[in-house]
Design a protein around this ligand. Structure first.
Ligand SMILES: NC(=O)c1ccc[n+]([C@@H]2O[C@H](COP(=O)([O-])OP(=O)(O)OC[C@H]3O[C@@H](n4cnc5c(N)ncnc54)[C@H](OP(=O)(O)O)[C@@H]3O)[C@@H](O)[C@H]2O)c1
Length: 212
């Protein structure tokens, strides 16, 4: 699969590393080519498998699947910028739309970042995923010897299946949590997981895992 990742930070590198290891072709799109190239080098160093290339904001988006690996406000801007090109594509929203003090969500109580982004690009097939997995754990792909659970929500079954396939190829465990409105609960879980880092003392090294 051709995977385009918008963003060059921690999550772009974590997801990029896993996607590369899963044999996918990754393009990392940065605000500038220097940051994009740095992310490409980091992914190449950490992962093996498919190919990885750099792009800059404004480039045509070739990927079948687009990951928004930026903060919520930047994701809104990117979705607005690329709305036409995102039409028909699977777009993965990984954001936790937290406030500046990381103790509340900034989206309306009856909505979610995914819902708000979907309104900005009505043709895009929005899927929530990866918001409950921390970047460092993605690079390793596991915590405590257990593969990470990647919780997924969305209204488009085909798009969710594409994300689940990517997650599986990444060596991780996809869990379909239901329709797009479940994104609200996933974002609340993401907020809780961030807030628990001090209590747990895990330094963003913990994972949300369902055991059976
Ligand atoms: N970190 C985690 O463990 C984690 C876990 C789950 C979910 N998330 C979510 O993942 C998202 C990214 O978090 P992060 O930790 O990866 O943040 P980060 O390390 O700060 O990276 C954000 C990146 O976005 C880039 N960016 C901003 N606008 C852009 C644009 N228009 N085009 C291309 N790149 C753009 C920034 O580029 P510059 O450096 O050039 O400014 C920066 O590299 C957030 O929404 C967060 O809530 C994070």
């Amino acid at each position: 699969m051709d995977v385009t990742i918008i963003g060059t930070g921690n999550m772009a590198r974590g997801i990029g590393t896993r996607a590369l290891a899963g044999g996918h072709n990754v393009t990392v799109v940065g605000k500038d080519s220097e940051h994009a190239q740095e992310a490409v080098s980091a992914i190449q160093e950490a992962g093996r498998g498919g190919s990885v290339a750099a792009g800059v904001a404004g480039d045509a988006i070739d990927g079948d699947l687009v990951v928004l690996a930026v903060y919520y406000a930047d994701a809104r801007a990117a979705v607005e910028q690329y709305a036409d090109q995102l039409s028909g594509k699977t777009v993965v929203d990984i954001t936790n739309p937290v406030n500046e003090t990381f103790d509340a969500l900034v989206v309306p109580p009856d909505s979610s970042a995914t819902q708000e982004l979907a309104w900005l690009a009505p043709g895009a097939r929005l899927v929530k995923a990866f918001n409950t997995t921390f970047a460092g754990t993605l690079e390793a792909g596991q915590v405590g010897g257990q593969p990470l659970d990647v919780l997924i929500a969305g209204d488009d079954d085909e798009a969710k299946a594409a994300v689940a396939a990517l997650v599986r190829d990444c060596g991780l465990n996809p869990i379909d949590t239901g329709p797009q409105h479940r994104a609200r609960e996933l974002e609340a879980l993401g907020l809780l997981h961030i807030g628990l880092q001090n209590t747990l003392g895990t330094g963003f090294g913990s994972a949300v895992k369902f055991l059976a």
